[in-house]
Write a protein of this length. Structure first.
Length: 159
């Protein structure tokens, strides 16, 4: 599990059933309010839940109006098969389907090449280096920032 968790910004570790229950309660509340903040990723063939994609208000303190953040993970056996490129692309479309969304952002650790390649594959732009102003389990605050504007998404969708 550390293989997955070490790259994530806001998660408890060790992760217990109580953490999972609290997470689902929070996500159900967001969904009931009409703004889902988490989408499960499941295999089309068996409906097996293999990971998830979050779409939530940015964790950074200086976010502007109309900005939302994407984050994701997959169980280790499902890496490297194109699943997250497909899932993240679909969730980006859901994000821009919300009329108020102007910009979708993401952050990765400097050495999380797999995640950076997902973001490049789905068309996010490198927006430079930064520092996290929120917790990171690995204790390394340096990040690469990523973004896609509504205009960039519309241009990609129509090409
Ligand atoms: C990041 C993660 C979701 C990637 O999911 P995935 O389904 O394996 O990614 P994909 O198969 O869609 O690959 C997307 C691209 O990244 C590349 N890639 C995947 N794993 C890679 C790796 N370990 N090193 C380098 N490139 C990698 C793929 O070749 C592909 O490139 P292409 O589109 O040019 O062919 C998965 O590794 C994961 O869950 N990691 C732990 C949690 C995490 O890091 N979350 C993100 C935090 S910012």
């Amino acid at each position: 599990m550390w293989d997955v968790v070490r790259w994530l910004t806001v998660i408890d570790y060790p992760y217990t059933m109580r953490h999972a229950e609290e997470f689902y309660a929070d996500m159900e509340l967001a969904m009931a309010c009409g703004e889902p903040q988490f989408y499960g990723a499941a295999l089309k063939t068996s409906n097996l839940l293999i990971g998830g994609v979050g779409l939530h208000p940015p964790r950074a303190g200086n976010a502007s109006e109309g900005e939302i953040e994407i984050g994701y993970w997959l169980g280790r056996p499902y890496w490297g098969r194109g699943f997250m490129s497909e899932a993240a692309r679909a969730v980006i479309s859901l994000g821009f389907a919300r009329k108020t969304t102007r910009l979708i952002v993401a952050t990765t650790a400097l050495d999380n090449v797999a995640s950076q390649n997902v973001l490049l594959t789905i068309g996010m732009q490198n927006a430079g280096l930064g520092l996290r102003d929120y917790s990171a389990l690995r204790g390394d605050d340096r990040i690469v920032k990523w973004q896609m504007t509504r205009e960039e998404w519309e241009a990609r969708s129509s090409s």
